[in-house]
Ligand binder design. Sequence first.
Ligand code: PDD
Length: 288
Amino acid sequence: MAIVYLNGEYLPADEARVSVLDRGFVFADGVYEVIPAYGGRLLRLEQHLQRLDNSLAGIRLANPLDRLQWGQVLEEIVKRNSENNGDLSIYLQVTRGAAKRDHVFPDEVKQTVFVMATPMSPVPDEQLENGIAAISHDDIRWRYCHIKSIALLPNTLMRQVAREAGAAEAILYRDDQVTEGAASNVFIVHNGRIITPRKDECLLPGITRDLILEIAADNGLDCEEADISMQMLREADEIWVTSSTKEILPVTHLDGQAVGNGKPGPVWRDMLDRYQQYKDKLRQGIAQ
Ligand code: PDD
């Protein structure tokens, strides 16, 4: 049985209980993080905790734990769920806690803190060999998409539209500009240059995204943060979607049309190799 952390306690998942008045349940009033752990080591912990701080500040909720305490809780959850030594995906969530239902914040807040670990399933070989299909979708979300809010209904609706179209992800656009995926960031390769949208309030500042930019800069690859119009997306030689759980996936069909030659591209292959090398270093404790 998976062991979870809830408000100071470690306990089996089926024994963890949260109040029905929790504002996370009633208002989706909370934020979250997803952190991969490879060989028991958390990827980019500092960056994830910094983004958590930013998300909490964005919804005006105090962080109930300091960096040291977060580090201890997350390490402990990794340890307690590592019996088969597989890679893990760590989910953490902080909500504004239980209170009488009222849109206005309660005077006294006792945050609910929840952490769980799930085995990280490797990306299927089929997706690495053939890539995935994606659809494009109008970005129907709110205007604070840089906050990693647990209010994910628009994202789940758009992912479901993708699923029903036989696709694995929805690539979102606002006013003809690509923002991100329903649960990922987006990169394109255009005339040999790797491009991803600039960070702003229209997209989540992905940790995987930033790591890819860092790897590109360290290796002198041609890479920039810039606007991507829908036309550029449709004319791209390669499209990738990136996230903590998907890593870097090549999109080989968009709205039923082949991307480039319809096969995963060479720039993606090279970047994925470099990303895997980075993970190997993390496993050996020589990267963070
Ligand atoms: N989601 N954009 C959105 C809307 C996301 O939900 C995610 C990740 C990303 C990529 O961020 P990162 O590289 O830090 O994982 C971008 C997680 C994995 C999820 O909701 O499960």
